[in-house]
Design a protein around this ligand. Structure first.
Ligand code: PBG
Length: 330
């Protein structure tokens, strides 16, 4: 006989693994993950990113092997980023749509070899810009409207190479609409747009910029990326990207912006993606490698939290590890 009369006992649903599984509100499957991959020109190159241990820059030969392994594990969605040599960078990012561009050539090979995978690009000037900014720099300022035609050319070249979805990550005003129109005019009506809708001026992109050597040469990205203090402004960006033709909306970073993910999920019928960015993954990896956290438990919990907040899709450097540990999902 219990001495208390407690009618509602939530613990009853937690008694066994089977009960807990039945009552689980959130699940995560490898099919809901997008794995970011870094590409370098050349052959036989596999360099670990020192600030993101376990993640590498690959030349195309190793990259194709890595994609094949990932597909075998149930990861079918990839977002590809190029590490471009300084000698190919200029102020107007012309290499981004050059016909000999290795990123575009390798994308074509990936789609020929693995037509079933979803290949996503990044549309922004920074990997190709000698200024390291996502937009055109004039007199120390990032010029919005003059950037759009460059993004348009880059987008059409990427669609031509066979990317399934383009990811405008530059945060220029009007870029989704501009890119959508450029794609349609060039006949690429089926190429999708995964808009970096609420992309914040975050300190958590550090390891990514190490990977691509793409940090801004001067200043920061605060005049175009969003202020981390703002939540409602994400709704405005979502409204604009939706009106301009985005197929999916993204929040970036993810773990530090779960409220924003939740808001977009509640207010938009579009699929919501969240980018669990390099610095967020690096923090967890560092703690686990120090023995302070248990990777096998902390990694899936972090990903599940992003799903619980409302993300339909997660871009994460842990995609491959998750799929290899939880092939049937969680
Ligand atoms: C660049 C871009 C960035 C990331 C994705 N695309 C960096 C930036 O805006 O400086 C960051 C991703 C990550 O940190 O994992 N347009």
């Amino acid at each position: 006989m219990s001495t208390f009369s407690i009618l509602r006992r939530p613990r009853r649903n937690r008694r066994s693994p089977a009960l807990r599984a039945m009552a689980a509100e959130t699940h995560l499957q490898p099919s809901q993950l997008i794995f970011p991959l870094f590409l370098v020109d050349g052959k036989g190159i596999k360099q670990e990113i020192h600030s993101l241990p376990g993640i590498f820059r690959y030349s195309s030969d190793y990259l194709l092997e890595e994609i094949e392994t990932c597909i075998g594990l149930g990861i079918h969605n990839f977002i590809l980023f190029p590490a471009v040599a300084d000698s190919l960078k200029d102020t107007t990012a012309t290499y981004s749509y050059h016909s000999e561009n290795f990123y575009l050539n390798v994308a074509q090979t990936i789609k020929e070899r693995f037509p079933e995978c979803t290949l996503i690009s990044d549309v922004a000037m920074d990997p190709y810009s000698s200024d390291g900014h996502d937009g055109l720099v004039k007199n120390g300022k990032i010029i919005n409207d003059e950037t759009l035609p460059i993004l348009g050319k880059m987008a059409v070249a990427q669609a031509q190479a066979g990317f399934d979805m383009l990811g405008p990550s530059d945060m220029m005003d009007g870029r989704v609409g501009y890119i959508r129109r450029a794609l349609d005019e060039a006949g690429f009506t089926e190429t999708g747009i995964l808009a970096y809708t609420a992309k914040y001026a975050s300190a958590f992109y550090g390891p990514f910029r190490d990977a691509l050597d793409s940090a801004p040469k001067s200043g920061d990205k605060k005049t175009y990326q969003m202020n981390p203090a703002n939540r409602r402004e994400a709704l405005l960006e979502a409204e604009l990207d939706t009106a301009e033709g985005a197929d999916m909306l993204m929040v970036k970073p993810a773990l530090h912006y779960l409220d924003v993910i939740s808001d977009l999920k509640a207010s938009s019928p579009l699929p919501i993606a969240a980018y669990h960015v390099s610095g967020e993954c690096a923090m967890l990896t560092a703690a686990c490698r120090n023995g302070w956290l248990d990777y096998e438990k902390a990694m899936p919990e972090a990903l599940l939290s992003i799903r619980r907040a409302g993300a339909d899709v997660i871009l994460t450097y842990f995609a491959k590890d998750f799929a290899s540990r939880f092939p049937g999902g969680i």
